[in-house]
Design a protein around this ligand. Structure first.
Ligand code: GTP
Ligand code: MG
Ligand code: ZN
Length: 227
């Protein structure tokens, strides 16, 4: 048992050393780096597609897309951005700092304002792996159930920003928004919670509901520093 614990500690220590190198490189290049973490299908790529489409002419984005087996997310994102690298992890359920280090070698970092790393869909171990990001952003969606923040306190603690997506579906699912907000607030009072959707909401049929996220992104991209 002791050997196993030692092994996990060593893996994480090595990861942290490489993450520190990534962080220095990101700072030197002046890139604001986001590690986007959420369950499979919560809407990470959809929000990124909309972000690239809407802000791509003002903010220079790059994306690393983590996925076990396909390049589908990378292909979706590459329609809106020419600096996209897909990382296939095989059986790996999270990205690590070394995978990010290899992938950024294929980017022109100095040409970027913001680099978003779409982590492998998973709410658990991506939290433990520092990638060198400025900030971890956690994403939940209303279709996953209102208990997911409470059941994944590690992510809520680690994230400076939490996104609750698919708000257009709120009236169609059993989801107690007040309870979800309360769980987030009590687990991490300092975190910002933004309620968003890429599809129009019934109470606002004109368009999507991403402006709070865009505003957050513009502010932090200008500041260029950790939240
Ligand atoms: N109604 C609605 N559907 C959404 C929204 N965002 C995403 N979806 C749908 O949810 C499904 C999953 O979206 P993705 O963006 O692929 O989710 P993801 O988190 O990137 O998924 P993985 O990369 O596989 O973990 C797709 O069918 C999207 O069309 C939203 O705001 N509203
Ligand atoms: Mg995706
Ligand atoms: Zn994992």
């Amino acid at each position: 048992m002791a050997t196993k614990v030692q092994l996990v500690e060593n893996v994480l220590r090595l990861n942290d050393e490489i993450a520190a190198l990534n962080r220095v490189q990101f700072r030197q290049a002046g890139v604001f780096v986001i590690d986007l973490i959420g369950a499979p299908g919560c809407g990470k790529t959809s929000v990124l597609e909309a972000t690239l489409r809407r802000l791509g002419d003002r903010i220079k984005f790059g994306v690393l897309a983590g996925d076990l087996a396909t390049s589908r997310d990378g292909e979706r994102l590459a329609r809106w951005c020419d600096q996209v690298v897909q990382i296939n992890t095989g059986n790996g359920c999270h990205l690590d700092a070394n995978q990010v280090r290899q992938a950024i070698g294929r980017l022109r970092l100095e040409d970027l304002d913001v680099l978003v790393i779409e982590n492998v869909g998973n709410l658990i171990c991506p939290v433990s792996f520092d990638l060198g990001q400025a900030v971890k952003v956690g994403m939940f969606s209303v279709t996953e159930g209102d208990d997911k923040a409470a059941k994944h306190p590690g992510l809520v603690h680690a994230a400076a920003l939490l996104l609750l997506s698919k708000m257009d579906l709120l009236s169609h699912v059993k989801f107690d928004l007040a309870r979800f907000r309360q769980d987030v607030q009590s687990l991490n009072p300092g975190a910002t919670l933004l309620e968003i959707s890429v599809a129009p909401r019934e109470d606002c049929p004109q368009g999507d509901h991403l402006d709070p996220w865009f505003a957050w992104l513009k502010t932090h991209c200008q500041q260029g520093c950790p939240v």
